[in-house]
Each structure stands twice: as structure tokens, then as C-alpha cells.
Ligand binder design. Structure first.
Ligand code: NAX
Length: 336
């Protein structure tokens, strides 16, 4: 029996991931069977018709939890009263576009959206950025929302986390839910570090289980370095090559799981999310960086005290350096 109503704003709702998200959210996959949902769909004018079409289909599903759907091209309207924001719409990299151009184009989206959240969102709003470059877009949005505590802003690395779990499960011949303790460190980009050094399968370290399966510790290390890490980090490109278009359903699934666990709690298990660094693991404060995280239902907190060996540290540092370079580029544009 649904008792409360939550206002959920989705940007880029007329796009691919938006289309994969809407129906699952309205069916209760994200917030559970006790929370009614008021959907607010933000698009640019060219995307409004597609979002309106999705709204018609939502009506045709007659979801019992769905209280209303509003389509708008106004950030102020979309974020008014927003309690959960999924910022999916972003400017993709066009032909010949330099990184600075990409960051500038997205600053022009995430700056104003942060400001609109600041002006109109609910006091307990939580925001997840999906649109790329997700970490730095979240940084820009947070910087544009001075009245919203920065720990409410997160960026999605749950897809990378799930990809890592999926690869390990396949290699070890187990179900995905039998693998625990995977961590994604750094940026949601090819520089990310998918880390299995704390991961277990049925309580056995994954590295030992891999050694057993692959014929020894050296073989396990080779598989991790040469196959697992690059495959997880470049999985998006693999999906594009095989499928002919980018990850959609898996990205939507990850976003739903990110919000579900942020709100509902992770228990003792951890997952991965990009959160605003408070200096954990030596990551410069303010960067939106992926860490292993837990939530007790009040938001993601970094799991502290994990040991990173020199090789792991070097990989993580390289990804953090990329995040710092993105922040510097954005500062140079005068955005921060
Ligand atoms: P689509 O191009 O299908 O959809 C994007 C939608 O956003 C379009 O309908 C567009 O009109 C809209 N949009 C653009 N600017 C907007 C603005 N200022 N306000 C509101 N809406 C706006 O892309 P899709 O496949 O849905 O991907 C969306 C984003 O997710 C991309 O940036 C993509 O790179 C990113 N991804 C992030 C992932 C992650 O793990 N963090 C994984 C999947 C995906 O690659």
C-alpha cells in the first residue's frame, strides 16, 4: 500500500537511457512498492516530443504507483520540489570536439541545472549524474548549488561496478550475487581502476579463486591486468561495437540500483559510486571520485581503511590525476 509520494526529475528523458529508466522507475523498481512517484521530465525543446511520447506510454501502462508525469523544457519547472534528480541528458562529444569544448558545452548544461536545483529542489534532494563526463558534470552542478550540501551530489559508476562483478562471475562460473567486495576507484572513464583485491566469492578471496581456476597466482594476475581491467574500463566501447549503439538498459539498471541503495541502504556490503571527496585516500577535496561506498539510507559514505598496494595506488592515482585535469580545465573556463 503506497503511503508517500516522491518527486523524481529525469533530464534527457526523451533519450535512450531515459526511455529505459522511466518504466522501471514507475513500476517501483527504484523506490519500492510503498512510494508513489511524481515524474518530472526535462528535455531540450528538440527532445520534448520524444519525452511526451514516453509519457503517453507511461499512461498506457496504468502503473498504480505513478501519480503524475510532467514534461517540460524549463529547468526551473523540472526541479521545483524535486526530491531525486537523475541528470542523464548531456552533450555528447561531436566530431573534432576537444576535451575543453566538451567540458564547456556540459558546463553550460550542468551549471544552470545545479542553479535550478539550488533554487527549487526539496531540502532533502539527492542527485545522481549519469550524463558524461559524469564526475566533472557532478562537480559543476554541485558548485552551482551552494545551498545544497555537496554530499547530495553523486555520479554513476555503478555500471562499471556491475560490469566488473559480471566479468568475475563469468570467469569464476558463479552467479553475480556470489561476488562481493569489488570496488571502482577514480573516474568514470577508461582510466578507472576496477579493484578486486578485497573481493571475495563465498568468503574466498577472488584472487585465490582465480588462481585456482586459471592455474596459479601469476596466471590470475595476468588475467586481471590484461583482460579484466581493460575490458571493464572499455566495456562501453565494446557494447557500441557489438550492439551498434551505446549501453542503455544496463546504464538505466545501474542508475536505478544506485538510487535504490543510496536511499534504501547497502547493509554491510559495499558498492561503488562517485561522491564528493572529503580527502579520503588522499584524493583532493571536492573532486567527484569513485570509491567503494556504503549507505545506511542517508546517503553514500566512503568505505575507509582499505589497503591499496603500490600497483593499485598507481592506477588509482592516474585516474585521480585525470579528474584533477578535468577540474583544472573547467576552472580555466571560468566555470568554478
Ligand atoms: P541520448 O542522446 O539518447 O539521450 C540524451 C538526451 O538528453 C537527448 O534526448 C537530449 O535531447 C537530452 N538533453 C541534452 N541536453 C539536455 C539538457 N540540457 N537538458 C535536458 N535534456 C537534455 O543519450 P543516452 O544514451 O540516453 O545517454 C545519456 C548520457 O549518459 C550520455 O552523456 C552518455 O554518455 C551517458 N552514459 C553514462 C554512463 C555512466 O555509467 N555514467 C553509461 C551510459 C552512458 O554512456
Amino acid at each position: 500500500m503506497a503511503t508517500t509520494t516522491t518527486t523524481v526529475t529525469i533530464t534527457g528523458a526523451g533519450g535512450q537511457i531515459g526511455y529505459a529508466l522511466l518504466f522501471r522507475i514507475a513500476a517501483g523498481d527504484m523506490l519500492g512498492p510503498d512510494r508513489r512517484i511524481r515524474l518530472k521530465l526535462l528535455e531540450i525543446p528538440q527532445g520534448v516530443r520524444a519525452a511526451e511520447g514516453a509519457a503517453l506510454e507511461l499512461q498506457d501502462c496504468a502503473f498504480s504507483l505513478l501519480e503524475s508525469v510532467e514534461v517540460t523544457d524549463s529547468p526551473a519547472t523540472a526541479f521545483d520540489g524535486c526530491q531525486i534528480a537523475l541528470l542523464v541528458g548531456a552533450r555528447p562529444r561531436g566530431p573534432g570536439m576537444e576535451r575543453a569544448d566538451l567540458l564547456a558545452a556540459n558546463a553550460g548544461i550542468f551549471g544552470p541545472q545545479g542553479a535550478a536545483l539550488n533554487a527549487g529542489a526539496d531540502d532533502d534532494v539527492r542527485i545522481v549524474v549519469v550524463g558524461n563526463p559524469a564526475n566533472t558534470n557532478a562537480l559543476i552542478a554541485a558548485a552551482s548549488a551552494p545551498d545544497i550540501p555537496s554530499d547530495r551530489f553523486t555520479a554513476l559508476t555503478r555500471l562499471d561496478h556491475n560490469r566488473a562483478v559480471g566479468q568475475l562471475a563469468a570467469e569464476l562460473g558463479v552467479r553475480a550475487d556470489e561476488v562481493e567486495g569489488v570496488a571502482i576507484w577514480g573516474n568514470h572513464s577508461a582510466s578507472q581502476f576496477p579493484d578486486v583485491s578485497h573481493a571475495t566469492v563465498h568468503g574466498v578471496p577472488v584472487v585465490d579463486a582465480l588462481a585456482e581456476r586459471l592455474g596459479g597466482p601469476e596466471q590470475a594476475t595476468t588475467w586481471l591486468d590484461d583482460e579484466f581491467i581493460p575490458r571493464v574500463a572499455k566495456r562501453g566501447a565494446e557494447i557500441i561495437e557489438v550492439r551498434g549503439s551505446s549501453s542503455v538498459a544496463s546504464a538505466a539498471n545501474a542508475a536505478i540500483e544506485h538510487v535504490r541503495d543510496d536511499q534504501g541502504g547497502t547493509g554491510e556490503a559495499w558498492t561503488s559510486a562517485a561522491v564528493v571527496s572529503r580527502g579520503e585516500y588522499g584524493v583532493p577535496e571536492g573532486l567527484v571520485c569513485s570509491f567503494p561506498v556504503r549507505s545506511d539510507g542517508s546517503g553514500y559514505r566512503v568505505v575507509e581503511g582499505l589497503r591499496l598496494d603500490d600497483r593499485a595506488r598507481a592506477r588509482f592515482d592516474a585516474s585521480v590525476a585525470e579528474l584533477e585535469a578535468e577540474r583544472t580545465a573547467v576552472r580555466d573556463l571560468g566555470v568554478l
